[in-house]
Each structure stands twice: as C-alpha cells, then as structure tokens.
Design a protein around this ligand. Structure first.
Ligand code: ZN
Ligand code: ZN
Ligand code: ZN
Length: 490
C-alpha cells in the first residue's frame, strides 16, 4: 500500500479518532479521501473491511468540520460498500459489529494489522474469518455511516452521537462549577433552550430534562443576563403546549436525577435515538431501570415543564425584577419603629448562614437610607455595604440596581473640605466594627466596643462618601446597564 504499512495506517486513523476536534485539517482530509477512494475502488472486495474500519475510526472527525466534500465522499463509498457486501451469504452465527460499542473503536485499530496478517498471533474470541466476513464489513460500514449521520441507517448497535457525548462533557463541567475554558456560559445555556424548541417530538422529553438541569444553574445567581432566563422560559412555555393535554395510565413516574450533571446526562441520552437505544440496552442488562415510556411519559413531562417554568419565573423576578422589601420592616424594625440594631448586627456578620438574608437586607437598607436621620443613615449605609459582601455568589441585578443608586447618591453629595471631628473614621476591617456601630447608635443600650470613635466621626459625610465609593467600585461591574454597554462595544 504505497509503502505504508497497515500498522502505520491504523496508527494514523486512530490518531484522527483521538483528536477529532479539528476543522479543515488537510492531513485528516487526505487520510479520509485516500481511505474512501480505496473502498470505492473495490467496495465488495476482500480488503473492504480494512477501509470500512478506517472510516469508522475517522468518522468522528467527519462530524466536526472536515474540508468541503470530504464527508460526502466517505458517505458515498460507505453506502456503496454496504450495498455490495451485505447481500453475501455466510455460515457465521454472528458478527462482531452487532455487539460493537463506541468504547471498542480503538480496538479496531489494534486489530487491523493482525487481522490482515495470517501469520500473526490471534487472540480475539472470534475467528479471523468472522471479522473479515463481508457481512461484518457491511455492518461496520453502517456503523461509520451512523457516526457521521446519527440515525441514518438501520441494523447498527445503539451509540451516542459524537455531538451528544461532547455536550455531556461540556455541560457536566459547567454544572459542576468548572466550565471548560472555551465555554461561553450564557450562550451554552441559551442554546439548550433552542435545542428544546427545535427538538423532534421523540427527542423533546430528553431536551426538556436538559433544560430542567441547566435551569437550576441559570437561577442560582451565576447567570447575570436576563435574556438567558427569558430564552429558557419561552422554550419551556412552548413545550408545555405540546404536552398540555397528555394523560397516562401509569401508576406513578420514576424520580428524575436531582443533581445537574446527572440530569443533563440522562436528558442528552434520551435526546437521540442512539441514546435511547443505549438506555434500553442498559435497562435490560441491569433489570432495574424504569421502562422508557414511564420516564418520558408526556403527562409526566407536562408536570416537569410546569415545575421548571414556575421556578424560572419566580427566580427571574427575584434576580431581575422589582423586588418587594416591605416584609423586611417587620424583621428589622422594632415595635416602636426604630431599627432593631441587635438583629442588624447579627445579620450583617460575615457568615455563610447570613447569605440567605443578605440580598433583601441590603436592598431594604439602601431603600430606607434616604428617608432616615443622620444617625440611622450611616448604619443603613454600612448594613447595605456589608450585605453586598455577604451576598453569594454575587448580588443580583434586582438588588444591585437600587443599592448602587443609593451609594452613587451618597458618593456624589457635596462634602465639607475638612472633617468636622478630630479623631479618625471608624475602621471597617474587623468584625468588631459592628459592635462599635451599635454602641455609637445607642450608647445606653450597647456596651462600648474596643475601638471608640466620636459620634461626629460616625456621621461624618466624608466617612459616608468613603464607604459609598468603595461599594460603588465593588458593584459597578455587576450593573445590568454597564454590562450591556460594554458587551455592545466589544
Ligand atoms: Zn459472516
Ligand atoms: Zn405517565
Ligand atoms: Zn470625617
């Protein structure tokens, strides 16, 4: 073979299999075209199995971005070979292709040289003749066609499409909190909404499960772009109409996975015919998994869509909408209408259990700031600032909007040229500052802290401006408007 041994060819083909994520790679294109030409030259011949195995190994690259016309030449050669080979008769009970799995593709590269060389040691359970049989070669030609265009041919073992396997790895990494460096998170999540909208009816349940899983991430506060949640909600709304009137005779439905990565894996698997075939095979083998019709039941999917939509709408309001903080009065004001300083000191402590209060508390304090007297004002400013620090993963747009407005107003207020007090401003670096703040606010109620500053130092406009400026610097990049401006400019 042009002085190239089968060893070398197998190695080249297997290298392409391993590093298939290439676009327009001329070496890869040449290897595919050579192999396809060999097969096309004698599609029913004795060595057809060599070239069909070669194309199985290189097929993943053809799902990526091969040069123009490369994939179609391979497809034509494979289809011709399948037709020429599958009509043969043989005496074998079975053929290797029937139980071949994608994890065994690499094995084809190992097998090829010893398969062709009658004198080489042979260790496979099946005899050489069975592997080289025209019917086996036809089966592998169809496997290659199924890799290139999933679902395009009958009589092949189930296999997850290459793109689906890629999607599982990209989305699992993202949902584990370690997105791949090239992942555009907003784009990746939004694209799952389009996948759901565009899904064929058979793939719709799986696609909905994927959206359900990415929704948990999207509503966690990690996504700061409202349109991503809009896209998801719109796709689920539309999906709900497909499932809306479905009824079923099932006596209950199996629980879907509760963790994002697991839910995504199941959803992607059930989003293709090959994946559903794998599910069914695993179900039969394990004897435990629930039957597919109960998992993807339209009545059940209507429930899932409804739950997902409710969550999306509620969190979209909380993250981007106009938040109602009136309930916080009852929590942070005493019966006499004064601030509940004990509670404020407790809830602004930089502890993880305060994360759940931080957003509403910070927003409430910022909104109350303008209508308060000088003594309350600095307390509310400090509470708002501290709450923004406590917010996790970061304060949402709905909170940042009003807190920034307050902070910017305070920072922009006219200042006296000099401080109206002799001592320094309170230090905020240490946790004790909150005790000092309480003592300043009500000296008769709260014991003096280690560091004591004059009341004039606490209420000094220059101190408030320092606090506000620092907070603006921290929050500015989280502001919705600023974000869209910068992304439009780029
Ligand atoms: Zn045979
Ligand atoms: Zn059902
Ligand atoms: Zn001052």
């Amino acid at each position: 073979m042009d002085g190239t041994t089968l060893d070398e060819l197998s190695e080249t083909w297997n290298g392409i299999r391993e590093d298939y994520r290439e676009s327009d790679n001329s070496d890869y294109d040449r290897a595919v075209l050579d192999c396809a030409a060999r097969l096309a030259a004698d599609p029913g011949g004795d060595s057809a199995y060599v070239w069909t195995f070669g194309l199985v190994l290189m097929a993943p690259y053809l799902t990526w971005l091969p040069g123009l016309g490369v994939a179609s030449q391979a497809v034509t050669a494979l289809e011709t070979a399948d037709r020429a080979l599958r009509g043969h008769s043989c005496t074998h009970d079975s053929h290797a292709y029937r139980s071949h799995e994608d994890e065994e593709d690499e094995y084809l590269a190992e097998l090829l040289p010893v398969l062709a060389d009658e004198t080489a040691d042979w260790e496979d359970d099946r005899p050489r003749s069975e592997w080289r049989c025209p019917l086996n070669a036809a089966g592998f030609a169809r496997i290659a066609l199924d890799i290139i265009d999933p679902g395009s041919v009958p009589d092949v073992p189930p296999r997850l499409p290459v793109a689906a396997a890629d999607a599982i790895s990209t989305l699992s990494a993202l949902l584990h909190g370690y997105p791949k460096p090239w992942t555009d998170i907003d784009e990746e999540i939004s694209s799952q909404a389009s996948e759901l909208s565009d899904a064929d009816p058979a793939d719709r349940a799986g696609r909905l499960m994927v959206v359900r899983a990415v929704t948990w991430y999207a509503v966690s506060g990690m996504v700061r772009t409202k349109s991503v949640l809009d896209d998801l909600a719109e796709a689920v709304e539309e999906t709900l109409t497909h499932f809306a009137d479905a009824g079923c005779a099932h006596d209950g439905h199996p629980a879907l996975p509760g963790s994002g990565p697991e839910a995504v894996e199941l959803g992607i698997e059930l989003s293709s015919a090959g994946g559903r075939g794998l599910y069914e095979r695993a179900r039969i083998a394990s004897g435990r998994n629930p039957a597919l019709d109960r998992v993807v039941c339209p009545a059940y999917m209507a429930e899932i869509a409804d739950e997902t939509l409710t969550l999306l709408r509620r969190r979209r309001d909380e993250l981007f909408g106009e938040r109602d903080t009136s309930h916080a009065d009852a929590e942070y004001l005493r019966a006499d209408g004064r601030l509940d300083m004990g509670k404020l000191v407790e809830r602004t402590d930089h502890k993880s259990w305060n994360e759940e209060y931080a957003e509403d508390l910070g927003l409430w304090a910022a909104r109350r700031h303008a209508q308060s007297d000088a003594r309350d004002r600095i307390v509310l400013l400090l509470v708002a600032r501290q709450s923004m620090d406590n917010s996790y993963p970061s304060p949402p747009v709905s909170v940042v909007r009003d807190v920034l407005a307050t902070m910017r107003a305070v920072a922009a207020a006219p200042l006296p040229a000099e401080c109206p007090h002799e001592d320094e401003h309170p230090t905020l670096r240490y946790a004790e500052f909150r005790d000092a703040m309480a003592h300043f606010w009500a000296p008769e109620e709260f014991p003096p802290a280690e560091e004591i500053r004059t009341p004039e130092s606490w209420t000094c406009p220059r101190f408030a401006a320092e606090v506000a400026e620092a907070c603006v610097a921290e929050l500015e990049h989280l502001d919705e408007e600023d974000r869209s401006v910068s992304s439009n400019a780029s």
